[in-house]
Write a protein that binds this ligand. Sequence first.
Ligand code: PNS
Length: 158
Amino acid sequence: MKRALTPGTFDPITSGHIEIISRASRIFDEVIVAVAASPKKQPLFSLDERVALAREALKGMPNVRVEPFCGLLVDFAREMDAHVAVKGLRAITDFEYEFQQTALNYQLDPHLETIFIMSSPEYMYLSSSVVREIASFKGDVAQFVPSCVNDALKAKFA
Ligand code: PNS
């Protein structure tokens, strides 16, 4: 069984994330969406909220499950018996950060391979942070996120 992780903070999950997860789910037998606690990023949504929103958004994908994790990605991957991490790559600006993460993770555990899926042009400039910013000013983010996230953002910024 080929199992992959798609790690991220998912604060909140967007249509761009969902596209990458969906494409990964067609390549691997099982995909675990690994929602990082990421306390240093001071997320808008709690870890439980981010997990619940991701589960709701992905409930139509039978070989995808969502799990929270604290600590190092390489440790969580070992715990889950996953040897591949799949990341989405958007504009070229993502590259340096992802390059660093991949190199460090490889040094920490060479058994964890990181591979990248290029975002489709539609989602190339979409990120959780721009979604949060637009929503914070009461802008319409319905085209960028699943409806459960849209509702959660409206409630957060009401
Ligand atoms: O969606 P993000 O915030 O870009 O995802 C980053 C994430 C969560 C994948 C990354 O910060 C991570 O793997 N965090 C877990 C802690 C860890 O393993 N850090 C060392 C990576 S070099």
